[in-house]
Every structure is written in C-alpha cells, then in structure tokens.
Ligand binder design. Structure first.
Ligand SMILES: [Zn+2]
Length: 347
C-alpha cells in the first residue's frame, strides 16, 4: 500500500507526452506576449488579444475549436521569430511539468515570410538548442490535415522523410473530423510506412468520423497508435485490442470539447485499460484546455481511484508506445523503475 496520489506526486512522475499539438500547446499568456510585440510594431493590427480570444470562460466545441487555429493562432505565429519564441516556451512548460520525453506534432505550414521547409527546420533547430535535452528529449511528428488534398498529404510525408534523421519519428492524421475524405491519403501513409516512419491517427473523435468504412480504412493505413478512440464500435475495438495499438487518451480535451457526455468519471479511459492496449494519457492542447499532463494523471487518479502504483504502471505503458528508439526506451524504463523504487510508502 502506498500514499495517496497528490499534485506533487503527479508532477514528479517521469511522464511521457505523445499527443501534443505544438500550436495548441502554446499558453494564452505566451501568445499574449507575441501579440503585444506585434501590436507595438503595428498598432493598426486588428487581431484580438489572446487573453480575451482564449479566455478560460470560453466553451469549446468543434465549431469554435478548429477556426481558432486556422484563423487566429496561425496568423499570430506566422514569422520565424514568433515560432522560435513560442516553441521555446512550449518546451519549457512541458519540462517544468516533469515530462521526460515529448513527441510534439505539427502541420507544416507556410506564410509570406516562411516556407513549409523553413517552418520545420526552425522547429527542429529549437529542439536541438533546447538547454535541457538531457532531462527531456523531444521528437517531432508531422500532421496531415484532413482537409489536405492528396498532393499536400504527400508533401507532408516527403518533408518527414527529408528530416527523419533530425528527429521526425512519425506522421499523424488530424484536423476537423467533420471534414475531408481520408481514403485519399492511402498512398501518403503507405509511403510513410515504407520509409520507416511511425503512424498515429486521430480516430473516431465524433460520430461523423466513426463510420465502419472510415475506421476500417484508417486501420488499413497500419497505424502504430490511435488518438481519442471515442466512438469505436465493438467490432473495431476487437481489432484494436488484437493489434495492441497504443491509445493516446486526452481526457480534459474530450470533456471540455464535449466529445464525450459527462465528466472525467464518464470517460472511456477505464474501458480501454481493460483491453490491455497501452493507454497513454496526453494533453492534446494544454494551451486551450489549461490542464497539464501531471494534472491529467491527477484527474484520472481521482476519478477512477487509482493508486501511486497504478500511475507508475501508466507511465510504464506510455514508454512501450513511444516512437523513439530502444535507447530512449531504456532511458525511460530506468526512470520509471526509479520512480517505482522511490514511491513514498504510507506512514
Ligand atoms: Zn489531437
């Protein structure tokens, strides 16, 4: 028997974050600083202050959530300087929360001052220059947006291949689940697999993206992990279980964006734990949902009455599902082992 889980324990756990969108992980405060800088250079700028646009009282759903990125944050972070500033802040925030291994994901984008290639190279340089790389290692996943045409999807995969040796480990499918025809991405994901990139997919987020046809097509891309897995029919669930796919569960995101009904205790976390698939707690967009990874561990522990040992087991499962190599796995396994040995006994 061990002591109860509290915030300090959750923070000290050697956590692995596998589903974090770079842009969504920027805090409103950091965006506000970028906005202030921009506004001083261009007082006629009409973009709203992020502290208002992303206020804590805001209620998110898929109608308000996706335009926030495509129409707002992208516009605010469109120059190399703003990207460097924001990614450094994101890396610092994860490290300060006790994350020891991070896979960030982003959709390559261009602006008037930057090509997609420049965008990716800038992010990778920030990761290389991060001063705490011995404490937290970071890799990058490139995302294909569901609204992409097949040529754009292929361009994402080609960029991932081009920068694979610099720390790109996988390709993701993301974006508004009510949009796009995912069957057009078959070739792109096939090529990614061919070049040894791992695959993760946003999967069954809303009923509109959960038809048997869509889910079967997505599984035919041979993913290594799936994100969200909210509306999964039993037949598909059995397939996921048989393949032991890693499952990235984003509890606060699902509750706050109303992808599920009810609160944390109503989340499908426990039903997936029972399948034996590796379950990985993730933040998705900590800048929007305002819940750090350690808070996600705490919330789940409180809602499902989990012990300190249960949370260490969760950290262990997350290590199993990383896209990094065996050296990373060994490093993380050692950290989890240390956490297990040091967990505080009940007094
Ligand atoms: Zn996501």
């Amino acid at each position: 028997m061990t002591a109860r889980v509290d915030a300090a324990f959750a923070k000290n756990l050697p956590k692995v974050e596998l589903h974090a969108h770079l842009t969504g992980s920027i805090t409103p405060q950091c965006l506000h600083e970028i906005w202030t800088q921009k506004k001083s250079g261009d007082p006629s700028m009409t973009l709203q202050d992020p502290l208002e646009a992303m206020s804590k009282d805001k209620v998110w759903d898929i109608m308000t959530f996706f335009p926030l990125f495509s129409k707002y944050i992208y516009e605010l972070c469109s120059t190399p300087a703003s990207i460097v500033y924001s990614i450094n802040a994101v890396l610092r925030d994860f490290k300060e929360d006790g994350v020891v291994y991070l896979e960030l994901r982003t959709t390559p984008r261009s602006s008037s001052s930057m090509s997609k290639d420049d965008y990716i190279a800038t992010i990778l340089s920030c990761i290389d220059d991060f001063p705490h790389r011995n404490v937290m290692t970071t890799y990058l996943i490139l995302s294909i947006d569901r609204r992409n045409i097949p040529e754009e999807a292929m361009e994402v995969v080609d960029l991932a291949i081009q920068y694979q040796s610099r720390g790109i480990v996988g390709v993701d499918l993301c974006g508004d689940p009510s949009k796009g025809d995912i069957s057009t991405f078959k070739e792109a994901f096939h090529k990614a697999k061919l070049y040894g990139l791992k695959i993760t997919l946003h999967f069954a987020e809303v009923p509109a993206s959960s038809s048997l046809l869509e889910l079967k097509t997505l599984l035919s891309f041979r993913p290594d992990r799936l994100g969200h897995v909210v509306h999964v029919p039993d037949k598909i669930k059995a397939q996921i279980k048989a393949s032991k796919l890693g499952l990235e569960l984003c509890v606060s995101c699902n509750v706050q964006a109303r992808l599920i009904e009810g609160g944390v205790a109503d989340h499908h976390f426990m039903s997936w734990i029972k399948t034996g698939c590796p379950v990985i707690l993730c933040t998705d967009d900590v800048g929007i949902f305002d819940s750090t990874l350690s808070n996600e561990y705490l919330l789940v522990a409180q809602a499902f009455n989990l012990s300190r040992d249960d949370l260490i087991d969760l950290c262990d499962q997350a290590v199993e599902a990383i896209f990094g190599d065996r050296h990373e796995k060994q490093r993380l396994c050692a950290l989890v082992k240390e956490a297990r040995e040091n967990r505080m006994p009940i007094d």
